[in-house]
Design a protein. Structure first.
Length: 172
């Protein structure tokens, strides 16, 4: 076995780059044959909440939770908050109807999901949110899994969890 030549080294580097860019999955077909397919790597980029008034909602989230406005389209139909790698965005229900969608109404009494914001001081964050107009759903509570949580609703009816980081057990 000799050393790999320059072409073989370039091919290996290229393969490593491609495998970093694309996840490669093995699919077993009938008779055990393996077919490799490449899928683009996915990231979770946006959560978009449908609201009646985008500008008012962005203002509420800024005052309640301290997020900065990242973008508000001049039409007022779409906006984003600066929330890290995954953006919290808002689209108007009117725009969604123009696009052929039928947005439902959020309900804090029968939620289908929640948005969670993590902080080291849940009590202070809860007070700030309620002072800015959030509706208290559940006061601060220490959970058995080592997390502190509280729940509020925004003026649109979306449920928001204010929580501390989960205290995971030490390995071993």
């Amino acid at each position: 076995m000799g050393r790999a030549g320059p072409q073989a080294k370039r091919r290996n580097v290229a393969r490593r780059l491609v495998s970093q860019i694309f996840k490669i999955r093995d699919h077993r077909r009938m008779y055990g044959a393996v077919v490799r397919t490449r899928e683009p790597a996915m990231i979770f980029r946006y959560t978009i909440l449908y609201v009646d008034d985008v500008a008012t909602t962005i203002d509420f989230f800024s005052r309640s939770f301290g997020f900065e406005k990242g973008f508000l389209h001049e039409s007022g139909e779409y906006g984003e908050l600066v929330t890290g790698d995954t953006k919290l965005a808002f689209s108007s229900t009117a725009l969604m109807r123009k696009l052929g969608k039928t947005p439902g109404r959020p309900s804090s009494s029968a939620p289908t999901f929640e948005v969670a914001f993590e902080t080291d001081d849940v009590a202070a964050a809860l007070k700030r949110a309620c002072d800015a107009g959030a509706v208290l759903l559940r006061d601060v509570r220490d959970e058995p899994w080592g997390q502190t949580t509280a729940y509020v609703s925004d003026p649109n009816g979306y449920v928001i969890e204010i929580c501390s980081p989960v205290q995971l057990p030490s390995p071993g």
